[in-house]
Design a protein around this ligand. Structure first.
Ligand SMILES: [Zn+2]
Length: 137
C-alpha cells in the first residue's frame, strides 16, 4: 500500500510504503547478527503485531533490548524512488525485451500497448534453432 507519492525536485517520484524499525544482535553474540524488523510509524513507534507469531517475536525482541542483548538500529523509511515513464502517466516504467532478451526500451502499463505496437510482433517469439548459426567447427 502506498502511503504517499511525491515528486522530488529532480523529477523522480518517491513512493512511501511505511517505516520499519530494526533491531540486530551483535555479530559476536549468540544471535550472530540476526535481528528483527517491525513495522512502525514515522516516529518509530512500533505498530501492534498483527498475529501471534509477530507478537511473540516482538515480545522477545523488546525483552532482549531491555537486557541489552540486542541493538536498536533505528527507524528506516520503506520507500521506492523512480523516474516516471516518458509518456507522462506518472507510472513507473519497466524494461521490455524481445524474445531473445534484447532490450527494447521502457514503458509503463498505461502505454505498453502503444510502445509494443512500434515493433513487429514476431520479434517477441523465442524460437530454437536446430541448425547451429555459427559453423565455426
Ligand atoms: Zn508510460
Amino acid at each position: 500500500m502506498i502511503l504517499s507519492k511525491t515528486t522530488l525536485p529532480d523529477g523522480r517520484i518517491k513512493e512511501i510504503y511505511g517505516w520499519s524499525h530494526r533491531y540486530e544482535y551483535p555479530k559476536d553474540s549468540p544471535g550472530r547478527g540476526c535481528g528483527f524488523v517491525f513495522g512502525c510509524d514515522e516516529q518509530g513507534n512500533l505498530l501492534p503485531p498483527d498475529n501471534i507469531h509477530a507478537q511473540e517475536s516482538q515480545r522477545r525482541c523488546l525483552a532482549d533490548l531491555e537486557a541489552g542483548r540486542i541493538e536498536d538500529k533505528g527507524t528506516h523509511e520503506v520507500s521506492h524512488v523512480y523516474y516516471p515513464c516518458e509518456c507522462g502517466s506518472g507510472e513507473e516504467p519497466s524494461p521490455e525485451y524481445d524474445g531473445h532478451g534484447i532490450y527494447l526500451g521502457r514503458c509503463c502499463f498505461k502505454c505498453r500497448k502503444k510502445f509494443m505496437s512500434k515493433f513487429r510482433s514476431d520479434i517477441f517469439t523465442r524460437y530454437d534453432c536446430d541448425e547451429p548459426i555459427d559453423e565455426d567447427y
